[in-house]
Design a protein. Structure first.
Length: 272
């Protein structure tokens, strides 16, 4: 069996009991970085009232070698051993490796499970106060400015709220790029979620840039960009509908929809 285990994105206390049990009972841990995972397990043993034996087998599985771990040799191992996959922080498969392994489990009928847990994008969305049910998660924009232009323009003109991740090295660049496209765009930005130096700002991009200059930009950032404001056409009134030169049946349907009246009654009044 292969279990995908989320790890804390900053606060050790956010790890779940299910995640701890999975790490305790597994024989093999597939890690995005074995050093990071071993450090996490040591912290769990030191800081939490829980003990995980450290003499397990560890394999480094990251975005550059993930394909190697879906070959026949490893497929058989997942079927016969209790295996866990963890990324460095947060939920596997969300801007982190893991999706290729999940697909391999589906294709080869390997029993697998995904444990829910800490996730930066959902935490930031809940914290933002944007009252929208639908949003788009983009992940990281390309590093080079020339490659960022088209996707950022698309995001800025999207009808959906968009969530992106950004590094401390490019966060100021991203904010300036947003400002250059639309200085009135509303954004929410948050850094170091769940950590001691967590900080967030919300407002128009112009206002956020002013406040951003007063804080330490170090840390991983989540940026939420508000949807493009819809500019519908002028509303049509009942008087406007009555003045339209269209057949009575069509006019009756339109007036009935707008007014909530019975279509037969509206039609009768029109022809009389």
């Amino acid at each position: 069996m292969l279990t995908f285990v989320p790890t804390p994105i900053g606060n050790l206390a956010d790890i779940s009991f299910r995640a701890l049990e999975a790490l305790k009972n597994c024989e093999l841990i597939l890690c995005e970085d074995t050093r990071v995972t071993k450090k996490l397990l040591n912290l769990i043993n030191q800081k939490l009232n829980f003990t995980i034996e450290l003499d397990k087998e560890y394999l480094s599985v990251h975005s550059h070698n993930e394909e190697k771990y879906i070959t026949t040799q490893y497929i058989d191992m997942y079927k016969n051993r209790n295996v866990v996959y963890v990324s460095d922080a947060g939920m596997p498969c969300v801007s982190d490796p893991g999706a290729i392994l999940v697909q391999a489990c589906i294709e080869h009928e390997i029993t697998y499970d995904v444990i829910p847990g800490a996730n930066a994008l959902l935490t930031a969305f809940a914290m933002s106060g944007f009252n929208q049910k639908e949003f788009t998660f983009y992940g990281f924009l390309p590093h080079k400015a020339i490659n960022r232009k088209d996707p950022l323009n698309s995001i800025m003109n999207s009808e959906y709220l968009t969530i992106v991740y950004e590094s401390p090295h490019r966060i100021e660049q991203l904010l300036n790029e947003i400002n250059n496209i639309d200085s009135s765009k509303e954004v929410f930005i948050v850094k170091e979620l769940t950590k001691m130096h967590q900080n967030f700002l919300k407002g128009t991009i112009q206002d956020v840039l002013v406040e951003f200059g007063k804080i330490d930009s170090r840390g991983e950032w989540v940026v939420i960009i508000n949807a493009k404001e819809s500019k519908g056409g002028e509303q049509i009134s009942l008087e406007d509908l009555n003045a339209l030169q269209i057949p009575p049946k069509q006019k009756a349907k339109l007036i009935a929809k707008l007014s909530g009246k019975n279509i037969k009654e509206v039609y009768s009044s029109l022809i009389n």
